[in-house]
Write a protein that binds this ligand. Sequence first.
Ligand code: GLN
Ligand code: MG
Ligand code: MG
Ligand code: MG
Length: 441
Amino acid sequence: NCKNADDVLKAVKDYNVSFIQFWFVDILGTLKSFQITPSELENAFEEGMGFDGSSILGFTRIHESDMVAWPDPTTFQICSWRPLDRPVARVFCDVKNPDGTPYEADSRYIFKSILDKAAQKGYTAYFGPELEFFLFSSPTNPEILDVGGYFDAPPLDLANDVRRDIIFNLQAMGIAVEYSHHEVAPSQHEIDLRYADGLTMADTAITYKVIVKEIARKHGCYATFMPKPLFGENGSGMHVHQSLFKNGKNAFFDGSEKNSLSAEARAYISGLLKHAKEIVCVTNQWVNSYKRLVPGYEAPVYIAWAQRNRSALVRVPLYKPGKEAATRVELRNPDPAANPYLAFSVMLAAGLEGIEKGYDLQNPVEENIFDMGPADFAKHGIDALPGSLYEAAMELKNSELMKRVLGDHLHTNLVENKLIEWDQYRTHVSDFEIEKYLPVL
Ligand code: GLN
Ligand code: MG
Ligand code: MG
Ligand code: MG
């Protein structure tokens, strides 16, 4: 575990590293990478490495396209899936302008800013995402590889060896794994990571996705984080467990309160609920994301919170009631195809807004929301999430909070990008229409 540039330079020598990959993401969270040789590394720590920003989605600016990637030495790791003889390493980068100021569309910078804001109030934010994925035969064919369901063991679970290999690779990269299992849908899986501070966890989510895809490839199959690849089956979510610590203590825990939820936890949940519609375009950023957020598949549709109820948007897990460290809130709408930096940014911002403004928390809804009718919705004051990428993009567009959190440049670019995607989808003639209309009209 390197602390500074000198540690990295030494590790590169000691391990006879052949290449160093410089990683950062575009505004949608797609991983971008370029490789340098060890001889360039010292210079890269001193001056950064320049690249053409105009070719990176969301980075385009009119006057200037020169940007600089600055490696963060604390993220240096040997890539476990690459040859271990003359190994390849990677570092995450901060993207800056040539004058050294942070680049305003760098997702990692946006997230750091909001983490700083939390820190100014004395909070350290922790995140624990559950990233679900499917294994298929190829990227062009969603053919399932087993018919297992939730917690099924081999031989119904045929991906035991793939998951085992993924876990060993995660551990080799310094990522702590808690458990893994077959998920509800056929050929669907989950590997749960031990919670960590925000920046570490956002970087880790990127690494997780790379490792899952690389190891699946080694096993001759294709791993996808597409939110809803199979009609009629559960989609893949990324539930995000969140807590705030203050002075080394979990600020969400208060043993004297009902269910041990502190006033801060209640206000945080209420921030998530109140701003849910505005943040969903970031946490669920694709046309396909909204095919997962439908009733009946353990994914949320309505804006409510609960202690046990898995149809709620926010759940407070009660596995270890009253246990301080385990007290947390789980946001259930995000999917693993989100940009983790921005997804964590917007949920943290919404929660902090709840605390700052002292929002009141509505009552929990423990009934199954999918069994309710319009009268119940009115009675409980329950609203629905946006039903499509279009609705979500409009909520994002009109959100003052999101403008503030994402900054003008990123906010504008994201909205624009999503409305273009929506328009492509809206005008596309699908198999559904050909099958339904052509024979009869
Ligand atoms: N796959 C479900 C979702 O879309 C979650 C299922 C679960 O983790 N129990 O959110
Ligand atoms: Mg889980
Ligand atoms: Mg799950
Ligand atoms: Mg969960």
